[in-house]
Design a protein around this ligand. Structure first.
Ligand code: ZN
Length: 218
C-alpha cells in the first residue's frame, strides 16, 4: 500500500544525520551523471553505496539516451552545463527486459518505438550476435552493446561536444551490472575527448570564440 511507503519514509528520515538535510537544502554538486534502467532491481544509489547528493540520475527502459529524446538531452545538458559533472556513467544490466523485447518480433505496442534504437544496434552488430551459440548469450551481449552504443551516442551529442570545446573535463564510462551477485563490470569503453569521436560528429570551434591556446610555457 502507498501508505506503507510514507511510513517507511518517516522512518528513513528519522535515521539520517540531521546535517545531511542541512547540507543538501542549499543545492547539489554531484560528481556523476548516472544513466541506468528503470528496472526495480537496479536502484542507482544503492548498488554503488551512494548518499543523497552523490548522483544526478536519469533512468528509463533499457538506459537509452538518444539524440532526439528531449527528456534525456535535458538531463544531459543540465548535468554537463550547470552541475558540470566530470563523469557520466551509463550502467546497463544483464537480463534487461527492454533489451530482450527489442530482440523479439512480438508486437509490444508503443514501446517498440522506444526500443527501436536497440533493434538498430542489433542490426549493426548482427554478424557478431548471430554467431553466438544461444539466445542467452545474444541477450547478454546485446545488453553490453547497448551500453557501448549509449557511451558513443552521448559523446556525439552537441552538449558533450560543446563541453569539450570549452575545455571542460568530461569522461563517459560504460558499465554493466550483474543481477546475480550484485557486482558492476567496467566494459572498458571510455570516451573523454573529441578525438575519440568520428570526425563527422565533432563541432568545430565557433568563429566568434577565440580558439583555445596551449598554456604559456613562460
Ligand atoms: Zn533493464
Amino acid at each position: 500500500m502507498p501508505n506503507e511507503l510514507l511510513k517507511r519514509n518517516r522512518e528513513w528520515a528519522a535515521r539520517q544525520e540531521a546535517d545531511l538535510f542541512d547540507d543538501l537544502t542549499d543545492g547539489q554538486s554531484p560528481r556523476f551523471l548516472w544513466i541506468s534502467c528503470s528496472d526495480s532491481r537496479v536502484p542507482a544509489n544503492e548498488i554503488v553505496d551512494c548518499h543523497p547528493g552523490d548522483l544526478f540520475v536519469h533512468r528509463n527502459i533499457a538506459n537509452r539516451i538518444d539524440h532526439d529524446d528531449l527528456n534525456g538531452l535535458s538531463v544531459l545538458q543540465y548535468a554537463v552545463e550547470v552541475l558540470q559533472v566530470p563523469h557520466i556513467v551509463v550502467c546497463g544490466h544483464y537480463r534487461c527486459g527492454g533489451v530482450k523485447a527489442a530482440m523479439e518480433t512480438t508486437d509490444h505496442g508503443l514501446i517498440d518505438n522506444w526500443l527501436r534504437p536497440i533493434k538498430d544496434c542489433y542490426h549493426r552488430c548482427h554478424s557478431e550476435l548471430d554467431a553466438l551459440a544461444d539466445e542467452q548469450a545474444r541477450w547478454d551481449r546485446l545488453c553490453e552493446l547497448n551500453v557501448v552504443d549509449q557511451v558513443e551516442g552521448i559523446a556525439r551529442t552537441t552538449v558533450v561536444q560543446k563541453a569539450w570545446q570549452r575545455g571542460q573535463n568530461l569522461t563517459i564510462h560504460g558499465w554493466i551490472y550483474h543481477l546475480s551477485g550484485g557486482l558492476i563490470q567496467n566494459l572498458g569503453v571510455e570516451i573523454n575527448s573529441p578525438e575519440q569521436v568520428p570526425a563527422i560528429y565533432r563541432i568545430a570551434p565557433s568563429q566568434n570564440e577565440p580558439a583555445r591556446e596551449p598554456s604559456a610555457s613562460r
